[in-house]
Design a protein. Structure first.
Length: 434
């Protein structure tokens, strides 16, 4: 009932806004995207060691789960619009919610949840400033390179940088000559001490020290710009070029008791108070650099995305704990991740064929890999209706030992029997936008 009331309130807000404004100034929009999927989850049945000091010498896998399921892929509903204040200034706003159209427990917390929601001012001369919740400039810098967005092959499943940031202020420049635009997002910390600046504390659990002030330097996050995200996008002709950086931004899966959904909707729960990358909750801020290049014409297109992410204030130099038979759950504690992505498509009169490959590797401590390979075809049934068929294989590997706990920046544990190593998802998707 709580979520039903939320949706009714949202509809009432939209209706109340329509009356004093011209209909053209407010737009009700959304997308319904659902798939019938077969998800096969493979995992480890046994791990064998040579000696207590050696890595696993043999890994046996088995099918943990093989099922058909109906999945809602970020189906959404929202209202957006603008209102002229004078000849050169207008107010802009957007309120958007995600709706899980396949959720059979309507009272669950994930049935309705907030997406981008903000209010701001816009001018052709000085640009736009907004305040509220929005995708970061690093996230939006991807453009349309992710051809399997919101599906199991979405890049968010295997790399960092796909944040929607709360409590943000963002400035966007005008689009100069319809060629260049820059964005800057500032994120107030809105709290007290939340991070340790001294990388030497990486090997310590400062949350358990009796006198942490003696050994851990606290970084207070109570300013207006504790987190920052910046992007510059250039679109000359058929090309798209973007460069973007995050600085001290909250990690994609920060905090406690968080869950990451690897492809196919396989939920993996993390240990409470295990912050980003296997550290205590104090280490949960990330620096990310993203570069994107795309080329497209009417019938085909493709691109490459290159990205590097590391824990803030560590420069990626973090020692790894040794994984042994006696200590199979030791955290590898890698501090730096590098990813590369390729995607491309070819259009015919009746269909769009597409493919995508993402590789993520961690270079600090033990080697950690994640691979996502997707192929598919989209049939344009109408201007706003698409029927798609896709197959995605998401694979996670750690020193030859497949792992489950991988959040896109190396949050990994040694694999034990029963943990997920691979998720293969075949699906038929129907998407309608309005």
């Amino acid at each position: 009932m709580k979520n039903v009331r939320t949706l009714l309130i949202a509809s009432a807000v939209a209706a109340s806004v329509v009356s004093p404004m011209a209909a053209a100034e407010l737009k009700v929009y959304g997308k319904a995207s659902l798939s019938l999927e077969n998800a096969e989850t493979k995992g480890i049945s046994s791990v064998r060691y040579l000696t207590a000091g050696d890595a696993a010498s043999r890994v046996d896998t088995t099918t943990l789960d093989d099922k058909w399921q109906v999945t809602s892929h970020a189906s959404r509903f929202g209202v957006k619009g603008d209102n002229e204040l004078n000849d050169w200034l207008k107010a802009v706003y957007i309120m958007e919610w995600e709706i899980d159209m396949a959720d059979n427990t309507n009272s669950s917390a994930d049935h309705i949840k907030a997406r981008n929601q903000y209010v701001g001012l816009k001018s052709n001369s000085f640009g736009e400033i907004i305040i509220g919740r929005n995708d970061t400039p690093v996230k939006t810098a991807q453009g349309k390179i992710d051809l399997f967005n919101d599906l199991p092959g979405d890049i968010k499943n295997v790399m960092e940088g796909e944040q929607r940031q709360n409590n943000m202020i963002q400035y966007s420049t005008p689009n100069f000559l319809d060629l260049v635009q820059a964005k800057l997002m500032l994120v107030p910390g809105e709290s007290g001490a939340q991070g340790y600046d001294d990388p030497s504390t990486a090997a310590k659990d400062c949350d358990t020290l009796s006198t942490p002030e003696d050994e851990c330097t606290l970084s207070v996050r109570d300013g207006i710009a504790d987190g920052k995200s910046l992007s510059v996008v250039v679109e000359p002709g058929n090309f798209y070029i973007a460069a973007a950086v995050d600085m001290d931004m909250p990690a994609k899966n920060s905090g406690t008791n968080f869950t990451i959904k690897n492809g196919g909707g396989a939920a993996i729960d993390y240990t409470p108070n295990q912050g980003f990358n296997g550290y205590t909750s104090a280490f949960r801020f990330v620096d990310t650099t993203r570069l994107v290049f795309m080329y497209k014409v009417k019938s085909f297109g493709g691109g490459v995305l290159v990205q590097s992410s590391e824990l803030s204030n560590t420069n990626g130099n973090v020692a790894a704990n040794t994984i042994t038979a006696a200590n199979p759950n030791a955290r590898s504690n890698p501090g730096k991740e590098e990813s590369i992505m390729f995607s491309g498509y070819y259009k015919l009169a009746f269909a769009k064929f597409k493919g995508q490959l993402i590789e993520t590797e961690n270079f600090a401590g033990d080697d950690i890999d994640a691979t996502s390979l997707s192929v598919g075809v989209d049939f344009q049934l109408g201007e706003k209706t698409i029927l798609g068929v896709y197959n995605t294989q998401n694979e996670f590997e750690h020193n030859g030992v497949s792992i489950a706990n991988f959040d896109g920046l190396g949050n990994a544990y040694a694999a034990n029997a029963g943990t997920v190593s691979e998720v293969n998802t075949f699906g038929v998707n129907l998407e309608h936008s309005f």
